[in-house]
Design a protein. Structure first.
Length: 570
């Protein structure tokens, strides 16, 4: 416990230094020292008593002095001074999922924000999006994070939960005697909303690991610790559930903690039929001494191929596996391009060149600029003249690009009567046309559905963007008959979008599966407005995997030549 408490103090120093505007290299030195102490296999007191502090990687004279001070006095004066110097509201801001120390510092120095309440007001007044590199999505994410913090344990969007979970996972992996840490539960199955973060840990000393969790910097309080499970609450809001088991039990525990109750029960029933006993120390059968070394081993033992976590829901995956019809699900590595991104020409923050570079860095072959059209004035929508000027600029940029192709597209608004915000003469010149609804959400189902159906009949519309208009945790889907939309897409060949924005994940896995069954193609797009949002593709892929989609179903896994042919591009 001593090591974790000291590491926590060093992590706090680093965070406060960032908030105080100190040299980031100095702050990172404290983080490096904290991680070294966190993973130390022996008590820091023993190391200090034997004068071996400087032998710890990352511990120099300054940090060694502060360790000695902490061990002798129980505090570090430098930490106390920083606590006095930094407004407490800034520290509270970092408890919001997605708001780190550097971002909180920017809000303070550039907007004068000193509390969560002031930050919420700045988001609602659209001040945050004025900062370089940030945008409307950042404001929405922060507002959701604030709500999750207030709800303390309510469901939060996957895109908010995952970054918190990954940071926490890195701290768990650094603990001494921890051999492996994996996500579990709904988080690992990539549900769009999760009510807790679940982990399974392998350690030869599982009981000791559970006792150490209270010292982690992210943990606010311990609700209870049972025989092999700890339930805690995090400073950023979500609940945390950690299952710690011996290395021999790890794979069974992970499998058991990942699948839905229906999936787990079905596999166990299948095992029973075959005379296989799934035991606590692994799965045992007639093969004496069998021990699972992976989840694939567990499935193989009952005659099944490996079933990916995203579809372990008890919804036909067992039957498909038995028949040999389980599909090879689409993967992030399959993605060849992004067909819906925004630039500085409308409400994005990147230049056209920067969008191309972001796509090139991901190894993409193509990326489409689909800025907003003229009626969406709040997003600086493009007039016909500006769109044509942008197209000319894109052509010039393409002459310089070698590895990626920049496509001239548009996200055209579907107006209240179902007409489009730009004339056909302009739309036909675009490489990609994404048609979306951004207003008139209060129309009834017939009116909203008719708007989209009419747009899909336009031969120049390639994709329907975020078809249900929802914002996870903030706005319910508008009243639209998605069965009618999917049926029309099948007739017109219109592509439906899985919008990978953490705010949306729209369409969801249910509608994506219905589209697959009816032969409707899907595009997984980030709708990125900033550099960070280009990294959200994996969230959309998670939706596609839950919908049992393969590469063949997702057009932006296709080569540029295949895209050209499918969309009849020159």
């Amino acid at each position: 416990m001593t090591n974790l408490a000291l590491a926590r103090a060093f992590f706090e120093i680093a965070d406060l230094m960032d908030l105080d505007g100190d040299n980031p290299f100095r702050a990172n030195a404290y983080r490096k020292g904290a991680r070294a102490i966190e993973s130390l296999p022996e008590d820091i007191r023993s190391v200090h008593a034997e004068d071996r502090l400087r032998d710890i990687p990352g511990i120099g004279p300054a940090l060694a002095e502060k360790i000695s001070e902490w061990l002798s006095t129980g505090q570090i004066q430098y930490l106390e001074d920083l606590r006095e110097a930094v407004p407490p509201g800034l520290v509270e801001m970092t408890n919001i999922a997605g708001v780190g120390t550097k971002l909180a510092r920017r809000f303070y120095s550039e907007l004068g924000v000193t509390s969560i309440e002031e930050l919420e007001e700045a988001c609602r007044k659209r001040k945050v999006r004025t900062l370089k590199g940030l945008g409307a999505r950042t404001e929405w994410n922060i507002l959701r994070g604030i709500q999750a913090l207030r709800d303390r344990g309510g469901e939060i969007p996957l895109g908010v939960a995952l970054p918190v979970a990954r940071e926490l996972q890195s701290h768990l992996e650094a603990l001494a005697k921890v051999e492996r840490v994996e996500l579990a539960g709904r988080l690992r199955r990539r549900h769009e909303l999760v009510d807790k973060l679940e982990f399974v840990i392998a350690s030869p000393e599982p009981t000791r690991i559970l006792e150490l969790l209270a010292g982690l910097p992210e943990v606010a309080e311990v609700a209870r610790i049972e025989k092999e499970k700890a339930i805690l609450s995090l400073r950023s809001g979500p609940k945390l559930e950690v299952l710690a088991v011996s290395p021999q039990e790890f794979w069974l525990a992970l499998w058991n903690a990942t699948g839905s109750e229906e999936h787990v029960a079905s596999v166990r029933a299948l095992a029973t039929q075959q005379g296989v006993v799934i035991a606590r120390n692994g799965s045992k059968s007639k093969a004496v001494g069998f021990m699972a070394t992976s989840e694939a081993d567990l499935y193989q033992l009952v005659g099944l191929p490996y079933i990916p976590p995203e579809i372990r829901e008890g919804k036909g995956e067992i039957e498909a596996a038995l028949k040999g019809t389980l599909p090879k699900l689409v993967e992030v590595s399959d993605i060849r391009g992004d067909l819906h991104c925004h630039s500085r020409w409308s409400d994005g923050v990147l230049t056209l060149e920067e969008v191309a570079l972001a796509a090139e860095a991901k190894g993409y072959d193509y990326v489409a600029i689909c800025d907003h059209s003229q009626s969406l004035k709040i997003a600086n929508g493009l007039t016909v003249e500006r769109l044509q000027a942008q197209g000319a600029k894109i052509r010039l940029i393409n002459e310089e690009l070698e590895k990626v192709r920049l496509l001239s597209g548009i996200e055209v608004d579907i107006l209240a009567d179902g007409s489009l915000d730009l004339p056909d003469s302009v739309l036909k010149e675009r490489d990609i046309v994404v048609a979306s609804i951004h207003s008139g959400f209060r129309q009834d189902m017939r009116e909203l559905t008719t708007r989209v159906l009419k747009a899909m009949e336009n031969p120049h519309v390639d994709i329907i963007g975020h078809p249900t208009g929802r914002l996870l945790g903030r706005r319910e889907p508008y009243a639209i008959d998605m069965e009618e939309v999917i049926k029309m897409a099948g007739k017109t060949g219109t592509i439906l979008e899985i919008n990978a924005s953490p705010d949306r994940l729209d369409v969801n896995d249910i509608y994506a599966a219905q589209a697959r069954e009816q032969g409707v193609k899907i595009a997984i797009n980030t709708d990125a407005h900033s550099q960070a949002e280009h990294d959200s593709m994996h969230l959309g892929v998670g939706v596609a995997r839950r919908a049992w989609l393969t590469k063949e179903h997702v057009i932006n896994t296709w080569s540029w030549e295949a895209i050209q042919e499918y969309l009849s591009l020159k």
